[in-house]
Design a protein around this ligand. Structure first.
Ligand SMILES: Cc1cc2nc3c(=O)[nH]c(=O)nc-3n(C[C@H](O)[C@H](O)[C@H](O)COP(=O)(O)OP(=O)(O)OC[C@H]3O[C@@H](n4cnc5c(N)ncnc54)[C@H](O)[C@@H]3O)c2cc1C
Length: 525
């Protein structure tokens, strides 16, 4: 079935899409060039890899004590004396994350794979039977047909009742059209206009809205459609994820740092960039406590700090309205909570490693770390306990991490009564306020990698791309595109950037329907 699905998918155009082909523009321009990259997460590291491989001197300024950002890890001593590495809550990489995987190949060129498949995941609810997205055929259109056929949440009778024009706008993603027509609408409004029964709406679409770390009432409907396209409707690889099965420091960040330093990259951790200025184009002074000079500055911090840096850097925003908009209004999503519990016994064996809750009070995701991560597994084997991580997205502002953890654990007890008998050995709860936000109507002022300011380039999961992307894939794609922007002006060969097919499977039908009936219900145009 997998092979048939891939073959049919290829015939329908479902294959990796080369969004930017490698090219050498002209002979390299001689001259002094130094690039300062602010931020050492996936975006900053991806830009740095490509630049340093072309011989361009790079200084990376990273505010934290280690590289990694949201993919970072740190050691923590538990009450029982064990010292696991704790990550930030990122679990793995989908198979269409071509650009980040391309970067990882630099540190894992041999036959032993760095990434291994993660176990199964399901979507559960207190009200309706589970859904299993990862057991579908990998590629559209068979994956879509199989979902429509197998899903108990989607009956033919209901599909007939759905608003077909809205359905077409969801199945027919087109970067220009989708943002033009749907960005002024919230994800919640779009799903309501679809007129599916609550069960189908909740079980099939809520998870997509939640996993973007945004609240469907304030998130742009266009972003929801873009995510649905990127993760499901145009993804030729299926919904499986892979991860190193270990903490991210040992297999990823330690070798990546070595790879960069061996090529002469200066990595300054514990060095936050506070502002950038300069008195002529292409000559930046980057303030970090120290002042660094650079001809090109790649701003690859998360959205919140990028806004603060830009607000403190009037020269950088004066000639670019989108940068001025970022500086004027911090564009982060609502707070999210990640709580890890070490419990004194295991959950029932049939529980799968990842479980999304479709209609949560607070709890959005449950992850059983001891089922796949080496450190957690060895703790489980030694103690018989379990390592359970709970996530809540779109939390109220100012909520306390430990209280949120306790609320999520209580909700888990209602969903999985077997966990109520387990006692806590230790816990680690954190709240983050730094996820990228995609508000209604925000697309027009979301900046691209290339800005109107010479020598100032952006990268990160909050930066717009002209091709479908999200989260880690967007961070890596914008990082590589940032490097390409610098290379294209100077001559050396650029790096390919990959994506999924840029248009949805029904985009032609959608365009035709729009021509026939431009006005659509509930404000969906
Ligand atoms: C809880 C959680 C779970 C997630 N799970 C997944 C998942 O399973 N799959 C997936 O694809 N994505 C997931 N994501 C999203 C993913 O982690 C991000 O999309 C990705 O890591 C973003 O990378 P980035 O480089 O753009 O930003 P970041 O990772 O935020 O990196 C930015 C870096 O800039 C640094 N910085 C900040 N301020 C400054 C400053 N002033 N000067 C210098 N440096 C600075 C930060 O310390 C950080 O290292 C998850 C995110 C969260 C929060």
């Amino acid at each position: 079935m997998v092979l048939v699905s891939r073959l049919v998918g290829r015939m329908a155009g479902m294959r990796p899409y080369l969004a930017s082909a490698p090219a050498a523009m002209h002979d390299p321009v001689p001259g002094r060039l130094r690039v300062v990259v602010a931020g050492g997460g996936i975006a900053g590291a991806s830009a740095t890899v490509v630049l340093t491989e072309r011989g361009i001197p790079v200084v990376v300024c990273e505010a934290a004590g280690r590289l990694g950002g949201h993919l970072g890890t740190h050691p923590r001593t538990l009450l029982d004396g064990t010292v696991p590495w704790i990550d930030h809550g990122l679990h793995g990489f989908f198979r269409q994350y071509y650009n980040w995987r391309q970067i990882l190949r630099r540190i894992s060129p041999g036959p032993a794979p760095l990434l291994h498949p993660l176990g199964s995941y399901s979507v559960i609810s207190a009200r309706w039977p589970d859904e299993q997205f990862d057991r579908l055929p990998p590629a559209p259109p068979l994956s879509i047909l199989a979902l429509a056929h197998r899903s108990l949440s989607l009956r033919l009778r209901e599909l007939a009742r759905a608003d077909h024009a809205v359905g077409l706008s969801m199945l027919g993603f087109d970067a220009d059209q989708t943002y033009a027509h749907l960005d002024q609408l919230s994800a919640e409004q779009l799903l309501a206009a679809l007129r599916l029964l609550e069960r189908a709406r909740v079980m099939l679409f809520n998870v997509f809205a939640h996993s973007s770390f945004n609240d469907s009432a304030s998130m742009s409907a266009a972003e929801l459609v873009a995510m649905f396209h990127f993760y499901f409707l145009a993804n030729p690889e299926g919904l499986g994820m892979d991860a190193p099965h270990a903490d991210y420091y040992t297999p990823i960040w330690a070798p990546l740092r070595r790879y960069l330093e061996q090529r002469g990259v200066q990595i300054r951790t514990g060095t936050p960039v506070t502002a950038i200025d300069g008195n002529r184009p292409g000559h930046w002074r980057v303030h970090t406590g120290d002042t660094l000079t650079a001809e090109e500055e790649v701003l690859a911090t998360h959205a919140g700090t990028a806004a603060r840096i830009l607000a403190a850097s009037p020269r950088a925003t004066a000639s670019d309205q989108r940068l001025a908009a970022v500086a004027a209004q911090v564009r982060t999503g609502p707070p999210y909570a990640v709580a890890r519990y070490w419990l004194d016994g295991d959950v029932r064996p049939e529980r799968v490693p990842f479980t999304s809750i479709a209609d949560p009070s607070v709890l959005d995701l449950v992850t059983l770390y001891h089922r796949f991560e080496a450190g957690a597994r060895s703790w489980h084997e030694r103690t018989g306990g379990s390592v359970v991580e709970l996530h809540a997205y779109a939390c109220p502002p100012g909520a306390d991490a430990t209280n949120l953890g306790a609320t999520m654990l209580a909700e888990l007890g209602r969903l999985w009564p077997d966990t109520r008998r387990l006692r806590q050995v230790d816990q680690y709860c954190q709240v983050g306020t730094d996820a990228a936000g995609f508000p209604v109507g925000g697309h027009a002022t979301t900046p691209d990698v290339r800005t109107a300011v010479p020598g100032l380039i952006l990268a990160g999961d909050w930066v717009a791309t002209p091709f479908p992307s999200a989260l880690t894939q967007r961070a890596a794609a914008t990082g590589i595109s940032a490097a390409n922007t610098i290379l294209a002006a100077r001559g050396p060969r650029t790096e390919p950037v990959w994506s999924v097919p840029p248009r949805g499977i029904l985009s032609r039908q959608r365009a035709a329907a729009m021509r026939r009936r431009p006005a659509q219900p509930a404000g969906v145009r």
